[in-house]
Design a protein. Structure first.
Length: 499
């Protein structure tokens, strides 16, 4: 059986805690790998390696850092198929989705390659007589990232390339459910020339997480995951004096106005709700149909959803793969089986779906629930699976009020042909990322990603300008130099005397 160990100080380090976690192939249900689960002492070893590396990396030149990052980007590009294959094997998503994940992670590596312009300071001269004031940004030291199972390559790449470009060293704690991609990312960074200890990967569960949150040498923590855990990360890390960005869960809404292109809206709803089996925090999980279009829109969504081919992620014909674990599959199915009792029309029920030859896989089909009430479990909770709920409102105002009443505020979208309505929506809706006829408004790398309300804990969004600010701290220097003509007697600097 394959074993995934830690990556500390530029080399593989075998797990010493005696605790191991199973990694399954979601398509077969078989355990294919064991992953080391770190003790607090092993976390301390990773932090110590990062701290030792920071002594030189923190003062390294921007030219050195960007040179390594350019080489790293080339290696990632050359190995993207290998990274995607690991993602499919352990997460289950189809190969095209896995390749898309790698591509989105590469965007942030490319952003980090241009860190020289991002770290430029400011200077004001002659603010007073011979007084200048400058603002500079400096790295924090050792920073940590705790990342989720649904994007085992992309989310780590949203964090550590920018962090190390800013001069920090990094300890990554990826999900123990699909750990192999993180190790390959670290190995390729070393191959690109990243010094030992600048990037470390320590695998584990809550023991490892808590050790990072409490460690006195960790200056900041980045997290992406569910809202309850994001709240815990934020509270615990902040109590230990750390800077925190903790991105939580979501219930993303798509508002469809009566004038919308319903075919385009249905296409968008299917891809945004069921892509990657719905296991993404930017999935559209709630469609709000305004006015009389609801029946036609639901029919179009159903027609498209019924054609989605479900199968193993490494089958080129598959458009959706299995869920990550059997327990998660059963949890998702529970929302569907309980929906009718809470007043929903079950248009599609995917809970009985199986794939021939892979009966032990973590399969679930696409589910579509119509006329869902806002007090039902299927609406209130982040399901994190291929379940789309449809709600009905009579007016635009009712739709916006419904969206804004949600405790989540990650992403949202509007589908309309009316520019004035779209403009109102982008200003009035309470969410951090807004799409106009774009169902999944994930920002490009040079804009920042993050939500509002219970979808974000902390002040900074991830990557983009916010990411640079999160991984650096500002310093203001006020300088006054005497005029050379005032040099002490006997010191000749070649300047005339004023007297």
């Amino acid at each position: 059986m394959k074993t995934v160990n830690h990556w500390i100080g530029g080399k593989t380090v075998e797990g010493a805690s005696g605790n191991w976690g199973p990694v399954t192939d979601p398509a077969t249900g078989a355990v294919t790998t064991q992953v080391a689960l770190a003790s607090a002492e092993e976390v301390d070893s990773a932090v110590a390696a990062a701290k030792a590396a920071y002594a030189t990396w923190g003062t390294s030149s921007l030219a050195q850092r960007t040179g390594i990052l350019f080489r790293y980007r080339a290696l990632l590009d050359a190995r993207r198929e290998d990274i995607a294959a690991l993602i499919t094997a352990e997460h289950g998503k189809v190969h095209s989705d896995a390749l898309g994940e790698v591509a989105r992670g590469l965007e942030i590596v490319e952003l980090a390659c241009g860190i020289t312009t991002q770290l430029k300071g400011e200077l004001s001269t002659q603010v007073s007589n011979r007084v200048d004031v400058s603002s500079i940004r400096q790295p924090l030291g050792v920073v940590a990232g705790i990342t989720p199972f649904n994007f085992p390559a992309m989310v780590p790449m949203w964090m550590f390339p920018l962090a190390v470009a800013c001069g920090n060293t990094f300890v990554l704690k990826p999900s123990e459910k699909d750990p192999s991609a993180a190790n390959l990312l670290a190995e390729l960074a070393a191959e690109a020339g990243l010094p030992d200890g600048v990037l470390n990967v320590v695998h584990g569960d809550k023991v490892a997480v808590d050790a990072l949150l409490a460690h006195p040498d960790v200056a900041a923590v980045s997290f992406v995951g569910s809202t309850p855990i994001a709240r815990y990360i934020h509270t615990t890390a902040a109590a230990n004096g750390k800077r925190v960005q903790a991105l939580g869960g979501a219930k993303n809404h798509m508002l469809v106005l009566p004038d919308a292109d319903l075919d385009a809206a249905a296409d968008a709803a299917v891809s945004a709700a069921y892509g990657s089996a719905g296991e993404r925090c930017m999935a559209i999980s709630a469609v709000v149909a305004v006015g009389a279009i609801g029946d036609e829109l639901v029919a179009k969504i159903r027609e498209r959803a019924e054609k989605i081919k479900i199968g193993p992620g490494n089958d080129p014909a598959s458009e959706m793969g299995p869920l990550i674990t059997r327990a998660h599959r059963d949890k998702v199915a529970g929302y569907v089986t309980g929906a009718a009792a809470q007043g929903a029309d079950v248009v599609l029920d995917g809970t009985g779906h199986t794939v021939e030859g892979f009966e032990e896989g973590h399969w679930i089909g696409l589910s579509l629930l119509d006329k869902v009430s806002t007090d039902s479990d299927a609406y209130r909770d982040e399901i994190f699976g291929p379940v789309l709920v449809v709600l009905r409102t009579e007016t635009y105002e009712e739709g916006v009020d419904l969206i804004n009443a949600s405790p989540f505020g990650n992403g949202t979208a509007i589908f309309t042909r009316d520019g004035g309505a779209a403009r109102r929506f982008q200003l009035e809706v309470e969410a951090g990322m807004v799409g106009v006829n774009v169902p999944i408004p994930v920002p490009v790398g040079y804009h920042s990603f993050g939500g509002w309300k219970d979808s974000l804990f902390g002040d900074h969004h991830i990557y983009g300008n916010d990411g640079v600010h999160f991984y650096t701290r500002g310093k203001v220097v006020t300088t006054r130099w005497p005029d050379p003509s005032e040099a002490p007697t006997g010191v000749d600097l070649g300047f005339p005397r004023n007297h």
